[in-house]
Structures are given as structure tokens and as C-alpha cells.
Design a protein around this ligand. Structure first.
Ligand code: ATP
Length: 158
């Protein structure tokens, strides 16, 4: 289905701002644009990533929606970060970075494996960048072939 990404993100982030006493700051860095996706599954995916940003940080959380080469949403926190050696495993089922920290926040280590599964269904690419003690940025990247076909046709025309 067709989703205008900026409006969709505004609604999603408003829900988070109402539910938690935390600052979720959305920046929409493009003119309105349409992506093709399954809105329910896409929202589930965003909820997992936003909830992780909230659980593993105590500062503001920044969300950027933009359209350059393709459409993307980035979720940035300034929290615990993930050690380099753990990064390859965070999408694995039941993986959690460290037991002590994991106990405090609860959870089973399933969120990101579900996120990866949803991303595959939706033909989205997930990229995670993180520096321990500084924070984490997760990028959700739309496929220009599948989710934003007008970009593809523009490129072919030029
Ligand atoms: P669940 O999602 O089952 O409630 P979880 O948050 O532990 O539990 P995942 O979402 O799969 O599970 O995350 C796996 C691990 O990756 C987490 O335990 C945490 O150590 C690390 N992690 C995920 N997102 C972040 C983040 N934004 N900042 C720091 N660490 C993170």
C-alpha cells in the first residue's frame, strides 16, 4: 500500500511521545513522498527499533526520515551503544549484549531478530552503526526498485 513517509512517521512518533516521558525528535528532511509498504508490519518494525533506543539510552532519541538516492528512516540514540565484537550477533535470536545489563532492561533478545525478519518481508535493508558508550544509529533503507519505484524510473530516464 502507498504510505506518505513523513506523515506516517509523525503519527508513529507522536504515539511514542505520548506513551513515554522521553523526547523522540522527528526530522523530516524531504518534501512529502510516497513509499510502497505494508503499514502494519512497517510500524511493528519501527516500534522494535524505537523501543530499543528507549531501553538502551536515557537521552533524547532522534528520528530522521529522508529521500536522497532512496528513502530511509534513521533512529539515533545517545545511549549505551554496542561493543564492536557484539555487533555481528545482535540480529540473532536470543542474543543480548551482556547479562548484567540485559537483566536490568528485561527482554529476551528477540526484538531485532523479528525486526530483521520483517525487514526481509518488506524488502528493506537494516544497517546498524554503534559506538560503545556513545550510542547507536539504525538505518531502515527502502529499496528503490521495490518500495520507491518512481526513483528507479527517474534514474533510468536520465
Ligand atoms: P526483546 O526485544 O526480546 O525485549 P532485547 O532488547 O534484548 O529484548 P533485541 O532487540 O534483539 O533484544 O536486542 C539484542 C541486544 O542488542 C540487546 O539485548 C542489546 O544488548 C543490544 N541492543 C539493541 N538495540 C540497542 C541500542 N539501541 N543500544 C544499545 N544496545 C542495543
Amino acid at each position: 500500500e502507498k504510505v506518505e513517509l513523513g506523515t506516517f512517521m509523525e503519527e508513529t512518533i507522536a504515539a511514542f511521545n505520548q506513551s513515554y516521558d522521553r523526547e523522540f525528535i522527528l526530522k523530516v528532511e524531504s518534501e512529502p513522498f510516497i513509499v510502497l509498504t505494508d503499514a502494519v508490519k512497517f510500524k511493528q518494525l519501527l516500534y522494535i527499533l524505537l523501543d530499543n533506543a528507549r531501553k538502551y539510552s536515557s537521552d533524547r532519541i532522534e528520528i530522521i526520515a529522508k529521500m536522497d538516492e532512496t528513502a530511509m528512516v534513521q533512529i539515533r540514540d545517545y545511549g549505551d551503544g554496542i561493543p564492536k565484537e557484539s555487533l555481528p550477533y545482535v540480529f540473532d535470536r536470543f542474543y543480548r549484549v551482556d547479562k548484567a545489563r540485559a537483566r536490568e532492561t528485561g527482554g529476551f533478545g528477540l526484538g531485532l531478530s523479528l525486526a530483521a525478519h520483517l525487514a526481509e518481508l518488506l524488502k528493506l535493508k537494516l544497517e546498524i552503526e554503534s559506538i560503545e558508550q556513545l550510542g547507536t544509529t539504525v538505518s531502515v533503507i527502502f529499496s528503490s526498485d521495490f518500495n520507491v519505484p518512481e526513483i528507479k524510473s527517474k534514474q533510468e530516464g536520465s
